[in-house]
Design a protein around this ligand. Sequence first.
Ligand SMILES: Cc1cc2nc3c(=O)[nH]c(=O)nc-3n(C[C@H](O)[C@H](O)[C@H](O)COP(=O)(O)OP(=O)(O)OC[C@H]3O[C@@H](n4cnc5c(N)ncnc54)[C@H](O)[C@@H]3O)c2cc1C
Length: 366
Amino acid sequence: MKVIVIGSGLGGLTLAHGLRRAGIDVAVYERDAASGRPQGVSLHVDERGRSALRACLPPAHFAMVEATTGGPREQTLTLSDVDGELVAEAGRARPGRQVHRPLLKAVLLTDLDDVVSFEAEFTRFEQRADGTVRVWFADGRTDTADVLVGADGIGSAVRRRYLPEVRVVDTGRRMIMGATPLRAVLGTGLPGLIGDNPASAQIRGTTIVVAVLRFTESPLSARRRWLPALSRTAAAEVEDYVMWALPVTQESLGAATVSRRAQELAMGLPSALRTVVGEAWPDVTVALRIGSIPPPEPWPASPVTLLGDAIHLAPGFGGNLAMQDARHLCEVLAEAHRGRLGLLDAIGVYEDTMRRNGFAAAKAGT
Ligand SMILES: Cc1cc2nc3c(=O)[nH]c(=O)nc-3n(C[C@H](O)[C@H](O)[C@H](O)COP(=O)(O)OP(=O)(O)OC[C@H]3O[C@@H](n4cnc5c(N)ncnc54)[C@H](O)[C@@H]3O)c2cc1C
């Protein structure tokens, strides 16, 4: 069996590792260059994402991820300003750990040199009479496989061709996200107050979420121990930091204005939180549009399928859903590869589970 995966994001790469370990021929095609584009600095990984990584990655890759997460998180704390002092109270339970996203991506790319092709933009596909799928790329290249997986994110070109009725809706919500070196805010008392838990505050009309990522093991030492093939630069370019997010609505924010706007929004916050925003790395501050995908009616299974943000959007935990999809899809394709399940039955089973997990979770916001 051969599988073509479009997109080398969290879902596509998790799937590629799992398929390869199951003895299935896999080719990943990625539109961007190998250097990629910034997609946020940190990721809250819960049990859905963690168990998918454990199931799909080679043991050394998984050990590298585990060694470099932040400490365990139990809940989101609520911060308030009591007579000028920042106070933290227990809040909503949200177990998981924080992971440095560029490092996770570099781990996922390690040992896939012969699988991933960069600067390969998918444009269209055709289902052929013999059951295979032929795929075309912007530079004229083509490839053919038994299964095509669209793991190409929110703007998915595979989804647009395969399920053109499915639309991404702009919710009007925006999120400014940034990160600040921990050393710049140690004196504020905030890191000690919140520990490894994320914390949210709604103070004088401004909402902010903050979380500290303290690597449990230095990425360079974990690389030496677990994954020497990992790019040294990816492991060397990291230090402990605080990530933060400021939700806003309906604003049009360009790269030139986003840092200034974040500082304006933070002006009414207590000084510890103002410092977090004020000392941020400017090149990491980004404004994101929050979209959603209304759940479509179920469609019949075919050799073309979708995973992750390409088919369901869940701000704040979409990465976990993408990795969970990858794990389930890998499991059923492995069953089909061993002859225990027909290929279309396998894809149908995966899609039922994916719709149940993805759309229900996105609706519930968990
Ligand atoms: C700032 C930020 C913070 C976030 N925080 C969290 C968090 O804490 N926890 C969490 O679970 N989720 C979080 N998310 C959401 C999470 O990042 C996404 O849900 C996740 O990346 C989706 O993975 P994916 O594999 O489906 O798609 P992506 O990771 O978006 O990957 C899609 C890939 O497809 C490629 N591609 C697109 N079009 C083509 C084409 N035509 N041809 C070839 N390749 C193509 C893209 O270049 C990209 O590499 C966050 C997102 C952002 C932006």
